[in-house]
Design a protein around this ligand. Structure first.
Ligand code: SAM
Length: 304
């Protein structure tokens, strides 16, 4: 192998994870704040240590450069499907193929596989990894319903992502303009989502202690005479807009407009079959198939 040429090939790719392929061949991550990412990878790895991959079929959803797929293979998985939807990724998707070649891996790669279409594969897996994906989705409920259809009774699902506790318990926020985090749930909301899609979920651990709640910094110093005089004039004119704009320039934003503090969680889920009290009528996406109250009405969506 021409090491220099291979390293140049590696360097031409935008990598998320850090791989060491031996022979001095390494990937350089494009991530800023690399120490934070390394902590996250160690955190996930420490929780995956509790998963027995030996002889198991594994589905890795949103596998990107395949880091966790190769991890599962190294830990003894019988088969690994590294799935991703390249239409939802800003990488060109070449990294996983080059890593696979350099690792001599047998991982199967499907980069046209949206999480929203998983059930159509008609496959069940022993272990499903859903790491770092849910908070990028427009419809996490639909995604988890699809994942549920890929489970047999003993499947283990491992979920990782950010949660906030700065909302009322059970709440979540959508911010579809924020491409770092489109959906941010509380732990309660994530647990409820899992329950509503027929999983028994348990928090395995948090990466950090509970962050402080957001609090606006006190405005610095005394207001100047020009501001005070201008405010008087705006008030005398009776202009609500001018008064508001003048206040906005000196007051901190209200807490609900500040970025929410968050931390990372790993949750493990086991498929649930039985009544789920959250649903008073037939749940969508074929989930009624797991609830005796709706089984006769709906087997739609339940993969064979
Ligand atoms: C932050 S990366 C996580 C990569 C890896 N799982 C990890 O934990 O390091 C998010 C991944 O989710 C994938 N993704 C986003 N939306 C998706 C969808 N609808 N279906 C499948 N994958 C999706 C992206 O393409 C990307 O590979």
């Amino acid at each position: 192998m021409d090491i220099a040429a291979k390293q140049a090939e590696l360097d031409a790719i935008t990598w998320y994870h850090e791989f060491d392929f031996g022979n001095g061949l390494r990937t350089k991550t494009h991530c800023a704040h690399i120490e934070g990412h390394r902590r996250l990878w160690r955190f996930i790895e420490s929780h995956l240590a509790a998963v027995d991959f030996r002889g198991k079929s594994v589905l890795d959803i949103g596998s990107w450069d395949g880091y966790w797929s190769f991890h599962a293979e190294k830990r003894g998985a019988r088969s690994v499907l590294a799935s991703d939807d390249l239409g939802q990724n800003w990488s060109a998707g070449r990294g996983i193929h080059l890593a696979k070649e350099l690792l001599g891996s047998s991982v199967q790669v499907d980069q046209q596989q949206s999480v929203y279409d998983l059930a159509a594969r008609g496959q069940k897996f022993d272990v499903i990894l859903f790491l770092g994906v849910y908070y990028h989705l427009h419809d996490p409920f639909h995604a988890l319903a699809q994942i549920r259809h890929c489970c047999h009774p003993d499947t283990v699902v491992v979920i990782d992502g950010p949660i906030t506790e700065a909302l009322r318990p059970g709440a979540a926020v959508y911010d579809l303009a924020n491409h770092l985090c489109e959906w941010l749930p509380t732990t309660g909301a994530l647990e409820e989502l899992a329950r509503a899609t027929y999983f028994d979920a348990a928090v395995a651990g948090y990466l950090d202690p509970l962050p402080d709640p957001p609090h606006p910094a006190p405005p610095p110093g005394r207001l100047g005479w020009r501001w005070r005089l201008g405010m008087c004039l705006d008030a005398l004119r009776g202009s609500r807009t001018a008064v508001r704009e003048r206040l906005d320039r000196v007051l901190p934003p209200p807490p609900e407009l500040l970025p929410l503090p968050w931390r990372r969680v790993v949750m493990t889920c086991a498929p649930h079959e039985g009544e789920v009290g959250l649903h008073h009528y037939r749940p969508p996406f074929g989930l009624g198939a797991y609830d005796p109250r709706f089984q006769n009405e709906s087997n739609v969506g339940r993969a064979a």
